[in-house]
Ligand binder design. Sequence first.
Ligand code: 5GP
Ligand code: MN
Length: 335
Amino acid sequence: MHNINELKSLLSEAKKIVITTHHKPDGDAMGSSLGLYHFLLSLGHQVHLVTPSDYPYFLHWLPGNSEVIDFQIQADKSMQLVTEADLIFCTDFNALSRIGALGELVRQSAAKKVMIDHHLEPEGFEDFTFWDVRACAAAELVYRLIVTLGYGHHIDKDIATCLYTGIMTDSGSFRFPSTSAEVHRIIADLIDKGANNSRIHELIYDTNTENRLKFLGHVLSQKMVIMTEINTAYIYIDQEELKKYQIVTGDTEGIVNYALSINGIRFAILVVDRGEARKLSFRSKGEFPANEVAKKYFEGGGHRNAAGGISFLSLSETVAKIKSILPEFEEMLKQ
Ligand code: 5GP
Ligand code: MN
């Protein structure tokens, strides 16, 4: 990162700080942001975490959760905080379009902006960049930032718990290729500093509702299409199903991974009809660039093996579009 000393000197005096993260924050977005939140509080700053939307119930146990401000619920307060901030930290995203209406407020704010992220193609809106696409999680970068600033000794149980959660969720519980030896060393340190690894795993992954499991059973048995010849599987979910099973934010997370877990499948797609738009999740194995499909055809992006996008066509038209574009990637998918 450039100007680490300048950032350190900015942090040497009490500041009004806002942290924000991407729309529909996931485990890494909330883990990295709340880890940073507790760290900045430990330095004596006035800190607020503003999310552009709600986030899954299985993250609501994270330390600091009750202090989080949801822009969609507290718009006026959020605007005031962003406008009056001296410093704004943007974690787990690198383009202001990822935070919806908050984006323009952040762009216009006189605050210095710090971007902490691991996604490709940063937009470049920030004053301080802490960016590494090789990092398995934004939470890994928050850890490295704290240590680089010379405050490793500030990492307490709350910070360790939040950062552990971010790294665990974004690395697929330490199994994705980005899980380097260094990540394991960081994880060991976080456990030393109080993160209860086994309990955190339970709180994230073993809190299914009965509805969610039944929904999963329905979707996998009725709504998954496997195209064996091109090593691809897709799942499509309509609004009626979301209603019937009382699906809430977070309930569809991870479903795409079931399609990818089928032997031989290299590319998996999940389409969920969210009413106002169709949200797509892409996952791949090996070299297949899921993010390029998302970028070229669905106004999205992400990492090579995990990307997302959006479609304003109907659900059936979106599925037809997926089928029509797959032949373009056939050669790569068959390898
Ligand atoms: P998910 O499928 O879990 O929503 O997202 C997978 C990955 O793709 C995440 O790293 C996320 O940041 C990225 N992603 C999801 N949706 C979008 C999108 O609409 N635009 C871009 N650029 N990235 C996205
Ligand atoms: Mn992330």
